[in-house]
Ligand binder design. Sequence first.
Ligand SMILES: Cc1cc2nc3c(=O)[nH]c(=O)nc-3n(C[C@H](O)[C@H](O)[C@H](O)COP(=O)(O)OP(=O)(O)OC[C@H]3O[C@@H](n4cnc5c(N)ncnc54)[C@H](O)[C@@H]3O)c2cc1C
Length: 361
Amino acid sequence: MNSFQHQIESPDDPRLDELCQELQAGGTGLATPSDWPRQSLALCSGHGVNRWFIETQWGGLDWSEPDVIRGYLKLSSACLTTTFIITQFVAACRRIAMSGDDQLKGELLPALASGQAFATVGISHLTTSRRHLANPVLVADRVEGGWRLNGYSPWVTGGQAANQLVVGASLRDASQILLVAPMDSEGIEVDPGFELVGLSASHTGKVRFNDVFVADSRRIAGPGENIMASAGAGSTGGLQTSTLAVGLSHAAISFLQKQAGERPELAENATALQRQFDYLCEQLLNAAEGNPTCSREALRTESNSLVLRSTQSALVAAKGAGYVEGHPVGRWCREALFFLVWSCPQGVAQANLCELAGLEN
Ligand SMILES: Cc1cc2nc3c(=O)[nH]c(=O)nc-3n(C[C@H](O)[C@H](O)[C@H](O)COP(=O)(O)OP(=O)(O)OC[C@H]3O[C@@H](n4cnc5c(N)ncnc54)[C@H](O)[C@@H]3O)c2cc1C
């Protein structure tokens, strides 16, 4: 993942459209946990995509948030699996960048920017996963020079390909800590990826920690209460999740529009969905520019709604052929369901449930 000859300078760069065509072609073969999209990720890092998200002093291009949104919209419309893996990589990079520790940043970020190294996150058990259990699933104990981790991180995407894992853990007093663990640490075990409803090729599964030592020099944030909500650790539920949902909607709406070219009865629906897509893109960009016209939760709820409705509309248009394994429309429908469970805050889940039950929220 490291050649650097075709760097994409901006989201309007025609090389981004060429890259997306290649990602779209590569996406058709991604079905099982053994189909890790090595080539698509290598193409992305070769075009400098990793650098969009990293500050220039560490070898990045430091794209503005609106440009990142524009870039993500195109990538996710082409291949959701590859783009989703990139978001987990970005989540790791952003948390390392927020650590305030220049030595740690200098050690890790340049290799991540160039694609020589890959990082991912295991943090959901501090935010949206396993929160109802009496005991934390991953515990950190203070030892000389660092921390010892025992337990597991329930959801980690691309753990088998990662060199670094940004991982959250709970202390015995219920405070939390965020560390970046080298994946070759003794005692780390990556489970095989789950067979998922969609996105199985993201190789998502548990990572187990058997008395794993992580040095103090690898501390990003904490110990403290609710560290994922604190400024230093970054927040979950940002715009990127909504952006990927809207990007996938674009793939489905484009399919519908193409069909409508020969089947006029589909035109009105395609136009209505396109209008909603345009509206949500505008809302996303307004929010990214710091001028939001609705809450992020409302944006996420509407994005979830659009991705479900647009992919299922595409299935109606594709008919039985779209329901046969291998047709992209069937894959998009399964992928759209992911947005019902991915980093889904309670308010969004509740709004989705109301829509599905036909209730006013
Ligand atoms: C494909 C995929 C990739 C992901 N990748 C990552 C990643 O790279 N990094 C990361 O940090 N996270 C990742 N996540 C995690 C994701 O962001 C969410 O945290 C996760 O989907 C939450 O689901 P959960 O089943 O763990 O939730 P839980 O809340 O743990 O629910 C599990 C089960 O517990 C029961 N339950 C839930 N709440 C209650 C309750 N209040 N009382 C009693 N029983 C209850 C339900 O039966 C439920 O099925 C990923 C998720 C998916 C699906």
